[in-house]
Design a protein around this ligand. Structure first.
Ligand code: SAM
Length: 283
C-alpha cells in the first residue's frame, strides 16, 4: 500500500489514452468459456473487476454507472413492471432496478455465470438483491434470449454489456434491436450502455440509426461521469417504441422512497442536456 505499489493500466488504442489504478495485487482470476475475468485489489478504489483486459467496475465508482443505467429509464417509463437486463452479470444494475417497488419482475440474462460468481465473492454489496423474489438470474446468450421472448411482454430492456467486441458484438446491431422492439409493449423503452461520447460518437450514431430502422420512434443519449471507463465520461442511449424521450416522471423521482448516491432529479436533467458537439445526434 505504498507509492511503490504496482499499477494496473488499461490502454485505449482508439483514443491514445489510458486509465490506471494503483493495486496491491491480483486477488483472483478465472478463464470462463467466454472471457478472462480478473479481480484486483486497489489502494484507493476498493476492488477492481477486469474482463479480457477491459475495466468493468471498481467498488468506489460503480454506483455512477449502475444508477444511471437503471433510474433514468425507469423514471421515464410510465409504469415499468417487467424488466429484462441483458448482461449486467455483476448484478449492480439489478440491485438498482429492484429499488423500484412497481417493478414486479426483473430477469437478468448474462452469458457468463462466472461474472456473477466473482461478483458474489468480491462485490457482495452489488448482489444483495439477487434473492429478491422478483429477481430471476439466467445464464444464457442475451441475443438468443431476446430473439425467443414472447412479443409485447416487457416494459424495459436494459443492455448492460461489455464493449461491442466478442460475445457482446451482436448486441449493437439492427437484428438485436428488432428483437427488443418486438419484445417491448407499447411505450416500452430500451436502454443500452453506449460507450464514451468523446471517442465513440460514430458508434452512438450507428446504434441510433439501427434502433430507428428496427422500429424505435425516438432515441436519446444521456451522459454521465464514469472515472474507470475510457475518457472518464460515459453514456447510455434510450430508445422508445412510441412516445417522447425528452422528459421523465420528475415528481416520482423527487419523492423516490429509496436512496441513491448519484441519481436525483437534477442529475437526471443534467444527463439530458446536449453538449454542442453531440447535436449531430439530433437530440
Ligand atoms: N458496463 C460494463 C462496461 O461497460 O464495462 C460492463 C459490465 S457487465 C460485467 C458486462 C456483462 O456483459 C459481462 O458480464 C458479460 O458476460 C456480458 N455479456 C457480454 N455479451 C453478452 C451476451 N451476448 N449476452 C449476455 N451477456 C453478455
Amino acid at each position: 500500500m505504498t507509492k511503490d505499489s504496482p499499477w494496473f493500466y488499461e490502454n485505449f488504442e482508439q483514443s491514445g489514452s489510458a486509465i490506471g489504478f494503483r493495486v496491491t495485487g491480483k486477488l483472483d482470476e478465472v478463464r470462463s468459456a467466454f472471457q478472462l475475468i480478473e479481480i484486483w485489489n486497489t489502494t484507493d478504489w476498493g476492488k477492481l473487476m477486469v474482463i479480457d483486459g477491459a475495466i468493468m467496475l471498481t467498488s468506489r465508482d460503480n454506483f455512477l454507472y449502475h444508477e444511471m443505467m437503471a433510474h433514468p429509464v425507469l423514471f421515464t417509463h410510465t409504469n415499468p413492471k417487467r424488466v429484462v437486463i441483458i448482461g449486467g452479470g455483476d448484478c449492480g444494475t439489478l440491485r438498482e432496478v429492484l429499488k423500484h417497488k412497481e417493478v414486479e419482475n426483473a430477469v437478468q440474462v448474462d452469458i457468463d455465470e462466472q461474472v456473477t460468481r466473482m461478483s458474489e465473492k468480491y462485490f457482495p454489496e452489488l448482489c444483495e438483491s439477487n434473492h429478491d423474489p422478483r429477481a430471476e438470474l439466467l445464464f444464457d446468450d442475451g441475443i438468443a434470449y431476446m430473439r425467443n421472448i414472447a412479443p409485447e411482454s416487457v416494459d424495459v430492456v436494459i443492455v448492460d454489456s461489455t464493449d461491442p467486441v466478442g460475445p457482446a458484438e451482436g448486441l449493437f446491431n439492427e437484428a438485436f434491436y428488432a428483437s427488443c422492439a418486438r419484445a417491448l409493449r407499447s411505450g416500452g423503452i430500451l436502454v443500452q450502455q453506449s460507450e464514451s461520447p468523446l471517442v465513440h460518437l460514430s458508434l452512438i450514431k450507428a446504434m441510433r440509426h439501427h434502433m430507428a430502422v428496427a422500429g424505435f420512434a425516438h432515441s436519446r443519449t444521456l451522459t454521465f461521469p464514469q472515472p474507470c471507463y475510457p475518457t472518464g465520461w460515459w453514456s447510455c442511449t434510450l430508445a422508445r417504441k412510441g412516445g417522447e424521450l425528452s422528459g421523465f416522471r420528475e415528481r416520482g423521482a423527487y419523492s423516490k422512497t429509496f436512496s441513491t448516491r448519484y441519481y436525483n432529479v437534477e442529475t437526471h436533467r443534467a444527463a439530458l442536456a446536449t453538449p454542442e458537439f453531440m447535436r449531430e445526434l439530433g437530440d
